[in-house]
Design a protein around this ligand. Structure first.
Ligand code: 6PG
Length: 494
C-alpha cells in the first residue's frame, strides 16, 4: 500500500539529515536526535519516514521530508546529508539526487559498506562540483548505530571540522575518548571499515575453530564450551565476539531441546566485505592468510554439493578415529586451544593492520594505526581488550614493521607457540579442519624463517620463463641462467 501523505516543506533548520531509514539509518538518526541534534529524515518510500515519526518523534528533534528536494532544503548550511542505503546502485542514485540540490561546500556522507574504490571515484567527481564526499565506515550493527557505534570517516579535513563533533557525540566512548576520528582523505574511511570486516571474519573463524576443536577433539559438550568461553572473558581474549559466542552456545532450541548451534545449517553466508579485503590484499601484495582462509571457509561451508560428493567418496574423515585422545587431559587441551586462539588472533590482526599500512602508503592517506586501534576499542564488532594493547604498541612505535614484533605480542607469541603447534598438529592428525589456526601459524613460521623456499620458486620461474633472479652475493644485480645450454651459463642482465 502506497501512502499519499506529504510532510510540509520545512525551513533550513536541521543540523544534519539521514537519508535511508532502514533499521541502521533510523537508529543512526535516533542516535543523533538523542544527542541534541536536529535531524532531517527521509526515505525513498515515505512509509518508512512516517513510521519513524510515529514511533520515535518524541525522542528528539526530527524534521521529516517527503522528497529529496525538501530534505536538502531543510538542512542548515553547509549542509550535511548522511546516506544509509544499500551499497552499489542505490547509493549512486541517492548521491546524484542529493548533489543536484546541493551547493558548494555541502557534505554528502555515505555511511554504508561501500568499496573504497567507488568512494575514491565518487569523491573525485563530487570534489569537481565543489561538494565534499565522505565515505564513512560505521560498525556495531543495529544496536551500535543506536547506542554508540565505532565510526570511521574519510574525506577532507575541512568536512571533518563540520562533521566530526556531531559524529564524536554519537559514537561509543572508551575511557572518555570517542570511538571516531578522521581516518584520512577520500576512500580511507571505507578502506579501514573494509579491513575491520576482514578482521571480523578472521576473528569469528578462529573462535569457531576453537569451538570445533574443543567439541570434536576435546570431547566437551556445548554447555561446557560455553563455560570455557565465559571463563576466557577474564583474559586477554576478552571481546564482544567471545561474549556473543558464549550467548549463542548457551542457547537451547525451544522446539527440539537441542543446543541452538546444532539446529543451524552449517553454511556461513557473506555479503562481500571479507572477499574485498582479501582481493585488495592480493592487489596490494600483502599477506592476509587468516582473513583469506576465513573467507574461503565460508565459501567451502556453503558448497553443499561438493561437500556431499567428497564425503561420499571415501574421503570421509576416517582418520578422526586415529586414536588421539585429547580428552585424556581435557584441561590441558582447553588451555592449549586458548593459547592457539590468542596467537592466531595476533597474527590475523597483524595482517589487517599491514593491509591498512600498505594502502595508506600507496594512496598517501597518512592513516595513524594507533588511532584505528583506539576507535575499534568500543562500539564495533571486533571491540576487545586486546585493541587497547594494539593502540599502545603503535603509540610506542608508529612504524612497527609488524604487530608481531611489538614486545607485548612477541612475548605472547613465544609463550603460546608450543601449544599453538600442538593444536595445529592435533587438528591435522584428527581431521578436524582448522584453516585459520594453521595458516596463521604458517604465516608466523614464514616470517621467522631464515631462508624460504621462495628461492626455489625464483629458480623455477627463471627456468621456464626467463623471469630472472637476484643472487645472495649481489642482491641488486639481475641474473638469468641459460637453462637450455649444457653449461647452464649465467648472464647478468643489469
Ligand atoms: C559491523 C559489521 C557489519 C555487518 C557485516 C556482516 O561492523 O557492524 O561488520 O558491517 O554485520 O558486514 O558481514 P557479512 O554478512 O558478510 O558477515
Amino acid at each position: 500500500m502506497t501512502s499519499t501523505a506529504q510532510f510540509a516543506p520545512a525551513p533550513a533548520s536541521a543540523d544534519l539529515g539521514v537519508y535511508g531509514l532502514g533499521v541502521m539509518g533510523a537508529n543512526l538518526a535516533r542516535n543523533f536526535a538523542h544527542h541534541g541534534h536536529t535531524v532531517a529524515v527521509a526515505n525513498r518510500s515515505i512509509e518508512r519516514t512516517e513510521r519513524l515519526m510515529e514511533r520515535y518523534s518524541e525522542e528528539g528533534d526530527f524534521v521529516p521530508a517527503s522528497n529529496v528536494e525538501d530534505f536538502v532544503a531543510s538542512l542548515k548550511t553547509p549542509r550535511v546529508a548522511v546516506i544509509m542505503v544499500q551499497a552499489g546502485n542505490a547509493t549512486e542514485v541517492v548521491i546524484d539526487q542529493l548533489a543536484e540540490h546541493m551547493e558548494e561546500g555541502d557534505i554528502i556522507v555515505d555511511a554504508g559498506n561501500t568499496l573504497y574504490k567507488d568512494t575514491r571515484r565518487r569523491e573525485e567527481a563530487l570534489r569537481k562540483r565543489g561538494l565534499h564526499f565522505v565515505g564513512m565506515g560505521v560498525s556495531g550493527g543495529e544496536e551500535g548505530a543506536l547506542r554508540g557505534p565505532s565510526i570511521m570517516p574519510g574525506g577532507t579535513v575541512e568536512s571533518y571540522k563540520r562533521l566530526g563533533p556531531m559524529l564524536e557525540s554519537i559514537s561509543a566512548h572508551v575511557d572518555g575518548e570517542p570511538c571516531c576520528t578522521h581516518v584520512g582523505p577520500d576512500g580511507a574511511g571505507h578502506f579501514v571499515k573494509m579491513v575491520h570486516n576482514g578482521i571480523e571474519y578472521a576473528d569469528m573463524q578462529l573462535i569457531a575453530e576453537a569451538y570445533d576443536l574443543l567439541r570434536r577433539v576435546g570431547g566437551l559438550s556445548v554447555e561446557e564450551i560455553a563455560e570455557v568461553f565465559e571463563s576466557w572473558k577474564d583474559s586477554e581474549l576478552d571481546s564482544y565476539l567471545i561474549d556473543i559466542t558464549t550467548e549463542v552456545l548457551s542457547h537451547t532450541d525451544a522446539k527440539t531441546g537441542k543446543p541452538f548451534v546444532d539446529i543451524i545449517v552449517d553454511a556461513a553466508s557473506q555479503k562481500g566485505t571479507g572477499a574485498w579485503t582479501t582481493q585488495t590484499a592480493l592487489e596490494l601484495g600483502v599477506a592476509v592468510p587468516a582473513i583469506g582462509e576465513a573467507t574461503f571457509a565460508r565459501a567451502a561451508s556453503s558448497s553443499p554439493l561438493v561437500r556431499s560428493a567428497v564425503r561420499d567418496a571415501a574421503l570421509d574423515g576416517g582418520e578422526q578415529a586415529s586414536g588421539f585422545d585429547a580428552g585424556a587431559d581435557r584441561d590441558e587441551f582447553v588451555a592449549q586451544v586458548k593459547d592457539a586462539l590468542y596467537a592466531s588472533k595476533i597474527a590475523a590482526y597483524a595482517q589487517g593492520f599491514d593491509e591498512i599500512a600498505a594502502a595508506s602508503e600507496l594512496y598517501g592517506w597518512n592513516v595513524t594505526l594507533a588511532d584505528m586501534a583506539r576507535i575499534w576499542r568500543g562500539g564495533c564488532i571486533i571491540r576487545a581488550r586486546f585493541l587497547g594493547d594494539i593502540t599502545a604498541a603503535y603509540e610506542e612505535d608508529p612504524h612497527l614493521a609488524s604487530l608481531l614484533v611489538a614486545p607485548t605480542f612477541a612475548q605472547a607469541l613465544e609463550r603460546c607457540l608450543p601449544a599453538w603447534r600442538t593444536v595445529v598438529a592435533t587438528a591435522a592428525l584428527t581431521g578436524v579442519p582448522a584453516p585459520a589456526f594453521s595458516s596463521s601459524l604458517a604465516y608466523l613460521d614464514q616470517l621467522r624463517s631464515d631462508r624460504l623456499p621462495a628461492a626455489l620458486i625464483q629458480g623455477q620461474r627463471d627456468f621456464f620463463g626467463s623471469h630472472t633472479y637476484h643472487r645472495v652475493d649481489d642482491v641488486d644485480g639481475t641474473y638469468h641462467t641459460l637453462w637450455a645450454t649444457e653449461e647452464r651459463e649465467e648472464e647478468k642482465w643489469d
